[in-house]
Ligand binder design. Structure first.
Ligand code: HEC
Ligand code: HEC
Ligand code: HEC
Ligand code: HEC
Ligand code: HEC
Ligand code: HEC
Length: 447
């Protein structure tokens, strides 16, 4: 009979366990929801112009799933090296483009942006100047293909448009450091904290109530005369930690959880060995790329003089700083550090950030000069960085993926003419990528 009837104390534990489980579950859901909400905060321009989010769907051109999927692939193949939906990369963030411009503008722009700029279109000229007169390449895409790219872009911004009030009136060109993102995140954090405190208080009240009820029940039972020996034992039973500790089931569960946790951590650790994405050391002088390359628009190659000519991009010597700082801000303590280095005839000890292992061969001029890639494709929005960090993973997979996806820059290079013709007659549908030219052969990158 005892096997069916739960003992009072076990009941108390069961009740407690269930409450904890239920509360744990609901707070886990909240935790799950939190990053999603704070992500909204980080999407600049997601709801640019404060247009209601619902307006996005009809503008997507029907929101046809097939078109969106096609647009995804087209975007990755043609646009992703310079555009992201919510971030400025080389070109502007494309979120909200259908609200800024009609399709009748977007289509001719993508087909030939320089023609539109040359025609004197006011918006195009302004944008072109704003992006330091960088020319967006022309694309031989059909109207339908461009529409599907725009549909995909709109579907991406649609995903993050539900944010209550977050990221409104942020201009798309604001880049990574958008005002207001921090505030949104902080608000979420505060909300979570309040929720947690309320939960803890509720739990304490619950525990106290349950203990009181258990005691009352015990008292009532003690007063009854018709209890048999076993029931008396249960009523007089004390809470015994060592019993829980000695239980095989509890030990087994704790053991399994421990082994799983160790396993998970080691796998995560092993995957990350040698990965330094995000590495952002403090530099000996508070040199800001945001100030120099961003606000003052000093060309990257003014300082990194060899980046278009040789394998390595050099770090500028103190003389280059002196071209300007013999005149500018001469009294600043940070600038005085440059003077001191020159007086002592010692180089400034910059901390190196990007560093491939010696077994891999990487050449800058091959990518910047020959391939025509922008620095930002690999280094991210350097012109917005107060302190430089490693933007890309720099893994072999990263190199190879780009080589598979990027069409080779063969225009105006007679060296490639026959090769491309041969490739196109054999499999014209597939573009002539870096990997078609042998860019995924081991020996190209390994000595
Ligand atoms: C090599 C870099 C590059 C590539 C590739 C590129 N763009 Fe651009 N895009 C730019 C730049 C830079 C601008 C800003 C205007 C300028 O300087 O010409 C721009 C502007 C735009 C704009 C106007 C945005 C606005 O806020 O008004 C649209 C739309 C656009 N691009 C769409 C596309 C699409 C679609 C693709 C792919 C088919 C693409 N771009 C590929 C560099 C690029
Ligand atoms: C006024 C000179 C100057 C200009 C202009 C400049 N840089 Fe730099 N750059 C430096 C200095 C000095 C360092 C080393 C200190 C540091 O990391 O901040 C550096 C470091 C870097 C690094 C990290 C190197 C490493 O250690 O791995 C990258 C990447 C980089 N610059 C890219 C760029 C790009 C891209 C631009 C143009 C948008 C640019 N720089 C413009 C001076 C300059
Ligand atoms: C082409 C001109 C130019 C070059 C080259 C240059 N700077 Fe600057 N630098 C500036 C300008 C302009 C400012 C902003 C001055 C102001 O805010 O009034 C500045 C500001 C600074 C500041 C902030 C000073 C302060 O206290 O506010 C530091 C630090 C600095 N530069 C370091 C460097 C270093 C290190 C180099 C060499 C790697 C360098 N700069 C090369 C033009 C230059
Ligand atoms: C295809 C990707 C790619 C592009 C494009 C690119 N870089 Fe790099 N950059 C790298 C890699 C990878 C390293 C690390 C190289 C190493 O450790 O040997 C690096 C390293 C650097 C360094 C540190 C010094 C060195 O050579 O190791 C500087 C500075 C730098 N890049 C500046 C630039 C500038 C400026 C541009 C644009 C003109 C640019 N990079 C374009 C991938 C790229
Ligand atoms: C953003 C795209 C991109 C990334 C990332 C990239 N590459 Fe490349 N790579 C190119 C392009 C484009 C070319 C072709 C340049 C040309 O010849 O026109 C190229 C060419 C090369 C070549 C010459 C291939 C040949 O056929 O001669 C080597 C070697 C190379 N890359 C090494 C690397 C290594 C190593 C990395 C990673 C550390 C890397 N690349 C990352 C785009 C990329
Ligand atoms: C596009 C350039 C590129 C090509 C092609 C390439 N690799 Fe790599 N490989 C790299 C880079 C860069 C690294 C360093 C990655 C890192 O540090 O995480 C690397 C790392 C490795 C490593 C790991 C070494 C270590 O110490 O962890 C091995 C093994 C390797 N490559 C083998 C190959 C083989 C085999 C091929 C041909 C099938 C190949 N690679 C083709 C760029 C390339």
């Amino acid at each position: 009979m005892n096997s069916i009837r739960l003992r009072p104390l076990s009941r108390l534990f069961l009740a407690l366990f269930l409450t904890f489980a239920a509360v744990g579950q609901s707070s886990a859901q909240d935790v799950g929801a939190a990053p999603a909400v704070s992500k909204e905060g980080v999407t600049p321009g997601a709801t640019a112009g404060a247009t209601p989010a619902t307006a996005a769907a009809p503008a997507a051109g029907g929101g046809d799933a097939a078109a969106i999927a096609a647009g995804d692939a087209l975007f990755k193949g043609n646009c992703a090296q310079c555009h992201a939906v919510n971030d400025v990369v080389v070109g502007p963030a494309l979120a909200g483009i259908t609200k800024r411009r009609p399709m009748s503008w977007i289509i001719p722009w993508v087909k030939n942006s320089s023609k539109l700029v040359a025609s004197g279109d006011e918006y195009a000229v302004k944008l072109f100047n704003q992006y330091q007169k960088q020319q967006m390449p022309s694309f031989q895409l059909s109207d339908q293909e461009i529409t599907s790219i725009v549909a995909w872009v709109t579907s991406q911004e649609g995903q993050s448009a539900g944010a209550p009030g977050a990221a409104t009136n942020i201009k798309p060109a604001d880049g990574a450091e958008t005002p207001g993102t921090g505030a949104a995140g902080a608000e979420d954090g505060k909300y979570m904290n309040v929720l947690l405190i309320v939960l803890v208080v509720v739990l304490i009240v619950l525990v106290v109530t349950l203990v009181i009820i258990a005691n009352i029940m015990k008292d009532v039972l003690r007063g009854r005369k018709d209890l048999d020996g076993r029931d008396v034992e249960v009523v007089e039973q004390r809470f015994d930690l060592s019993k829980i500790y000695n239980s095989t089931a509890v030990r087994a569960i704790v053991g399994i959880v421990f082994v799983l946790a160790v396993l998970y951590e080691s796998i995560q650790g092993a995957m990350g060995v040698g990965l330094t994405q995000g590495y952002q050391p403090t530099q000996p002088i508070a040199f800001s790329h945001k100030l120099h390359a961003g606000e003052h628009q000093i060309n990257c190659a003014y300082c990194h003089t060899s980046v278009y000519k040789s394998k390595s991009a050099n770090i500028p010597s103190a003389n280059i700083c002196m071209n300007c700082h013999s005149q500018i801000k001469t009294e600043s303590p940070e600038i005085k550090k440059i003077y001191r280095a020159i007086e002592r005839k010692q180089p400034i000890q910059w901390v190196r950030i990007h560093n491939l292992p010696d077994l891999a061969y990487f050449n800058h001029s091959q990518h910047t000069q020959v391939g025509g890639l922008e620095c930002q494709t690999c280094h991210g929005p350097i012109q917005n960085m107060e302190v430089v960090y490693q933007y890309s993973p720099l893994t072999m997979g990263w190199c190879i993926n780009c080589h598979r996806e990027t069409p080779l820059n063969t225009k105006g290079n007679a060296y490639y003419d026959n090769l491309v013709k041969l490739h196109d007659t054999k499999n014209g549908a597939v573009p002539f990528t870096v990997s078609s030219n042998g860019g995924t052969e081991c020996s190209k990158c390994h000595y």
